[in-house]
Design a protein around this ligand. Sequence first.
Ligand code: PMP
Length: 353
Amino acid sequence: MSKFLSNKFNNIIPYTPGEQPKILGLVKLNTNESPFPPSPKVLEALNKEELSRLNLYSDPNATDVRNAIAEILSVDPDMIMMGNGSDEILSFTFEAFCDSEHEPVFADLTYGFYPVFCEIYHLKPTILKLNDDLSINVNDYIGLNRPVFIANPNAPTGIALDLDDVEKIVSSNDSIVLIDEAYVDFGAESAVKLTKKYKNLIVSRTFSKSRNLAGARLGFAVADKELINDLNTMRYCFNPYNINRLSIIAGKESVLDVDYFEKCVDEIIKTREYTVKELEKRGFIIPDSKSNFIFPEHKKMDGTYYFNELRKRNILVRHFDSERTKNHVRITIGSKKQMDNLIDATDKILKSI
Ligand code: PMP
C-alpha cells in the first residue's frame, strides 16, 4: 500500500478472483466459464467487421446488442442497460440504491463480490443465514424494505428459488430487489417477465457463462425504465463507453445464434447430471444444482484435501475456506472429457484415503 492511498481504504479486502494459470494441460474447472468456444458466428463477425474501427469510441448505448437482447426477452430496449460484465451492473446497483438509510441485505453464503461492494461503498449489510441444507429461507426476505440482493441460482451452492418465491420477495418489499441471474440459463426460472409488473425489480444477467463470452466482459440489467435511467446515471458518471466495439458485435451475434446457445447449454446440463450421478455413486453429497457448477462434499475427505489432491493431478477447482463451505469444493461443469478426468482423479484420491 502506498502512503497516498486514501485512509478510507486502509482495511479494504478486494474480491479474490479464481486463478487463471497458464499451465499446459490443466483441467480448469474453477471459474464457471464455458468449456466451449463462442458461436462460430461471433468469430466470423469479429474477423470481418469492427477491428478497423477501433480508432473510434464505441456506441455508449450498445444499441446493437441491447436490441438483440430486447427481442429475445420480449422487453423494450429501454428496459435494458449493458454492463462491462454483470459485476459492473452489480456495482452500479449497490452504488445507486444503497446508503446508510438503505443498507443492503443478502445471504451469508452467496456471491463473494456483494460484501466487497459494501466495503467500497461503505455500507453495512445485514447478512441472512441460509438454511442448514444451504437453501434460502424465503420468509427472511419478506417485507424488509431494504435493498435485497439474491443470486438465483445461488453461488456457490447452485440451488435455485422458484419464481413464485422470487415474486413474493419482490412484491413484499418497497425497495429494490436485485435478482442476480448469472447462471439462470442452466435450469432455473428467470424473473425477467416480472420486470414489467414490478417497478422495484432488477434482474442482472451475463454473457460469461451460458454464452461462452467471459473474456468479452458483457452483462446486462433488465428493469423498469426508471431504474434503468438511474443505473445509466451511474454509468455516465463513471464510463459511458463501458462496452467496447468488439464485445458489442460479439454479444449481438451470440444472441442471434439461438441454436448454438441451446446446444451448448443442453450439453452442460447433460454433463452436470452425469457428473452428479458419478460423484454420488462415490459417496459425495451434492445440493441440487441448476447452474454450470456443483458444490459437493464428502464425509471422508475435507474440501481442502480434495482441492489439493485434484490440484496435484492438474485439475483446478475452487475451495472457499469458511466455516460453512470448508467441507465443499465448487466444481465447474466442463466438457464430458474434463469431467471424466475429474472422476478418474477422484477415484485415485478416494482409494488413497
Ligand atoms: N454473479 C454471480 C453469482 C457470479 O458468480 C458471477 C461470476 N463470477 C457474476 C455475477 C459476475 O459475472 P460477470 O461479471 O462475468 O458477468
